[in-house]
Design a protein around this ligand. Structure first.
Ligand SMILES: Cc1cc2nc3c(=O)[nH]c(=O)nc-3n(C[C@H](O)[C@H](O)[C@H](O)COP(=O)(O)OP(=O)(O)OC[C@H]3O[C@@H](n4cnc5c(N)ncnc54)[C@H](O)[C@@H]3O)c2cc1C
Length: 380
């Protein structure tokens, strides 16, 4: 067992840390306040290779391992969780399925600009009636000559209003239930595609989350991702990797809140002593640090497992469950350690507290992660 990062992993982490400190930290609070999509940051992340970190070089990616991706995600999310989710969706939910299930032609045409950061991707699975029950797809795809026509609505889509390319899941034959689902790569310029509305959110407010409509959207046969009956498998296997990205996002949020609280505990004085001298605060610090490190270990293990090949559904579900619940706990305790200042927008912990909550909801709620984990445990 190895508990050390490689030189390359440390280098990527340091590069991401420097970049985030210089380019993201100074503008993160303002972007959150104004719900401003970080277009410049996304462009810079593309130039650094952060938008296609695990994609092979021949398709414009950085060809790095999943631990590098987790470390970069952690640093970016520590500065701004909105930037983190934009990066995570492009890498895990869009580049990965095209790299894994796409034809060479699709990789050249769609994956390469996504991995280079020239184009942005979105993953469209959720619908008003298909949340945790993601197989209940009411969006349809019907054959039309050589291609397909898509009709339906997608809900809560990250990068939905901004993305150039969208992976859209649709039902081709309701009688086949989940086996009738297929995946399509849709361009945002397609006739019939529109943004219905953008969500106003509690946290990750600089990220764009949109409800989308597909009204007789035509796609060619070259835009079908994977074979017949594989759409649901593509959707679920993609989320296995996505959950590692969201676990890393949660670690970043936790790390930022923990560090701010740790420093504050040494500086803020009450009763003539730093509040860190009181056992009530010391125990919070101990619990926060322990949960953060436990979640880190599970997340790095899931990233490692992904790179070994084979299945890693349970490892990624455990990582996301532990990291998201740790971030809920840690950001809540951080606000508590800051007292009244924790509730004020003058300090960053209230933003971390708001940002943490989403990590327990998207890419499968904590209840859904427990379903995945328990199903695998009980099968053993
Ligand atoms: C900011 C944001 C960004 C998102 N980005 C994307 C995206 O890019 N692409 C995309 O496709 N989706 C996205 N989503 C959707 C997200 O994945 C769903 O919201 C999530 O899967 C939960 O679905 P739901 O909201 O319909 O909740 P529901 O499924 O209605 O669940 C409501 C509650 O019931 C619980 N529940 C449901 N079924 C069960 C069960 N069988 N057993 C126990 N408890 C259960 C849930 O855990 C939850 O607590 C995003 C959501 C948000 C808020």
């Amino acid at each position: 067992m190895q508990f050390e990062f490689t030189e390359q992993q440390r280098m990527i982490r340091d590069m991401a840390k420097d970049f985030a400190a210089k380019e993201i930290v100074p503008i993160a609070a303002e972007m959150d306040e104004k719900e401003q999509f970080p277009a410049d940051v996304v462009k810079q992340m593309g130039a650094l290779g952060f938008m296609g970190m695990n994609v092979p070089e021949q398709y414009g990616g950085a060809a790095l391992d999943t631990i590098c991706y987790v470390l970069a995600m952690e640093e970016v999310s520590r500065a701004c969780a909105s930037c983190g989710v934009i990066m995570s969706v492009n890498n895990s939910l869009v580049c990965w399925p095209i790299e894994t299930y796409g034809t060479d032609e699709q990789k050249k045409r769609f994956l390469t600009p996504l991995a280079k950061g020239e184009k942005l991707g979105a993953y469209c699975l959720s619908e008003p009636n298909a949340g945790t029950d993601a197989a209940n797809q009411l969006t349809t795809a019907k054959p039309d000559g050589d291609g397909w026509v898509i009709n339906g609505m997608k809900n809560f889509i990250t990068n939905g209003a901004t993305a150039d390319l969208l992976i859209v899941f649709a039902q081709t034959n309701p009688e086949l239930k989940y086996k009738g689902i297929r995946a399509f790569i849709v361009e945002n310029t397609a006739e019939g595609f529109s943004v219905i509305r953008k969500e106003e959110k509690m946290g990750i407010r600089a990220s764009d989350t949109a409800q989308l409509a597909f009204d007789n959207v035509k796609v060619s046969a070259e835009q079908v991702l994977g074979g017949e009956g594989t759409g649901f498998k593509i959707a679920m296997s993609t989320l296995d990797g996505g959950r590692i990205g969201i676990a890393a996002q949660a670690l970043g949020i936790s790390g930022a809140a923990y560090e701010a609280a740790r420093v504050y505990a040494t500086q803020r004085e009450q009763f003539g002593r730093p509040i860190g001298a009181f056992q009530a605060i010391q125990w919070k610090i101990a619990d926060m640090a322990t949960r953060l490190h436990a979640a880190q270990l599970l997340t790095y293990r899931a990233a490692w497992a992904k790179d070994q090949g084979g299945r890693y559904s349970e490892e990624s579900a455990m990582a996301k469950l532990a990291a998201s619940e740790a971030s809920h706990f840690i950001t809540n305790e951080a606000v508590q350690i800051f007292g009244g200042n924790g509730y004020s927008k003058e300090y960053p912990v209230e933003r971390h507290f708001r940002d943490a909550k989403i990590t327990e909801i998207y890419e499968g709620t904590s209840e859904a992660q427990r379903m995945v984990i328990s199903a695998m445990e009980l099968k053993k």
